[in-house]
Design a protein around this ligand. Structure first.
Ligand SMILES: *[C@@H]1O[C@H](CO)[C@@H](O)[C@H](O)[C@H]1NC(C)=O
Ligand SMILES: *[C@@H]1O[C@H](CO)[C@@H](O)[C@H](O)[C@H]1NC(C)=O
Ligand SMILES: *[C@@H]1O[C@H](CO)[C@@H](O)[C@H](O)[C@H]1NC(C)=O
Ligand SMILES: *[C@@H]1O[C@H](CO)[C@@H](O)[C@H](O)[C@H]1NC(C)=O
Ligand SMILES: [Zn+2]
Length: 303
């Protein structure tokens, strides 16, 4: 057993989380293992169905089985715990929140949500759409209802269902998001935790009624071990947030190394022949008669 691995077992997760880092943490002083090197200690990060990916809307395939996802108990008002785990803020969700339908093979119960962001209101999402990287992305992680923990669900190739929502800068504030910003301010250091009271997930998401348009593909966890056990659902509709709110998100937390927690996203991975499916019969926008015609050609696979 290597000494590193040995330390890992003794001090996990403190030492273990230092074994990999985001590109933003790499420097002359700290030659930590950035995303390109994750595969050295975590072989699955070099697998064939990794996440995130770039969604090329021109190439997505319509799948009529991708009906609207049924969100159960998503409107619950909750007191939830948020923890700084050294490289992210994790908000723990009650298992009474569930999703089903939408082409998912089972009912999945919520475990947690977390955010991926950039710096200075720059790009920060993990998934991209036609090469565009949004400023922030929230991942709501669910496991098949029969499992008790995320690690248990990771052994099942479809054990985890993750929902990805993009944030986009808007002139309008996202009022409920202030609760999240304040909570992040209370967990500046690795290991800090706090309770966020009276939080309603649907308020942060603004509304669930417009989330029937989404992309679907099979992929992985976007941090080491990169387990290939995730059914990804990435919604087309983005969530509004003000520029000021976005700036506050990226300015408050610190990595376990003590440096500002910024640019916490993994770069996009190769599709390796995977098809991304969509719930949208026609992903085009009818902004002009020309796009309408192009869209009809697209549907009938003439172009
Ligand atoms: C929603 O949560 C409540 C408890 O908070 C539970 O009694 C109820 O069964 C849940 N509903 C669903 C559809 O899971
Ligand atoms: C949430 O916390 C508040 C204040 O601590 C408490 O009054 C309330 O009963 C809690 N609500 C739930 C659903 O636990
Ligand atoms: C947050 O973590 C720091 C460093 O471990 C510790 O000194 C501080 O007391 C913690 N704060 C809270 C509110 O737990
Ligand atoms: C949902 O979409 C409809 C039609 O596009 C729009 O009128 C409505 O404002 C949207 N609702 C939200 C909460 O975004
Ligand atoms: Zn994530």
């Amino acid at each position: 057993m290597s000494s590193v691995l040995h330390l890992c077992l003794l001090f996990a997760p403190y030492i273990c989380s230092a074994q990999w880092c985001y590109q933003s943490q790499y420097s002359c002083e700290d030659k930590c293992q950035g995303p390109n090197q994750w595969v050295r200690d975590f072989p699955e990060c070099g697998g064939q169905i990794q996440s995130p990916v770039n969604i090329v809307t021109r190439k997505v395939q319509y799948d009529p089985s991708l009906t609207a996802i049924i969100f159960e108990n998503y409107t619950e008002v909750m007191n939830i715990t948020v923890v700084n785990i050294g490289y992210a803020a994790v908000f723990f969700l009650p298992p009474s929140m569930r999703i089903r339908g939408g082409g998912l093979p089972d009912t999945y119960k919520a475990v947690q949500f977390h955010l991926h962001w950039g710096s200075d209101c720059g790009p920060g999402s993990e998934h991209t759409v036609d090469g565009e990287q949004y400023p922030m992305e929230v991942h709501i992680v669910h496991i098949k209802q029969q499992y008790n923990t995320l690690s248990e669900a990771m052994n099942d190739p479809v054990g985890v269902a993750a929902l990805g929502f993009f944030f986009e800068v808007s002139p309008h504030e996202n009022r409920q998001f202030y609760k999240v910003i304040e909570a992040l301010g209370r967990i500046q250091y690795n290991g800090n935790s706090s309770v966020m009271t009276g939080f309603q997930l649907t308020d942060m998401l603004t509304s669930l009624e417009n989330f029937s348009s989404y992309y679907r593909y099979e992929g992985s966890l976007t941090i080491p071990g990169c387990n290939e056990a995730i059914i990804w659902t990435v919604f087309q509709q983005s969530i509004p947030i003000s520029q000021q709110q976005l700036a506050l998100v990226t300015q408050q937390m610190l990595f376990s190394t003590g440096k500002p927690m910024i640019d916490i996203f993994r770069p996009v991975q190769n599709l390796n022949g995977r098809i991304i499916y969509t719930s949208m019969a026609c992903p085009c926008v009818f902004s002009s008669p020309v796009t309408l015609v192009l869209c009809l050609l697209y549907i009938f696979e003439l172009v």
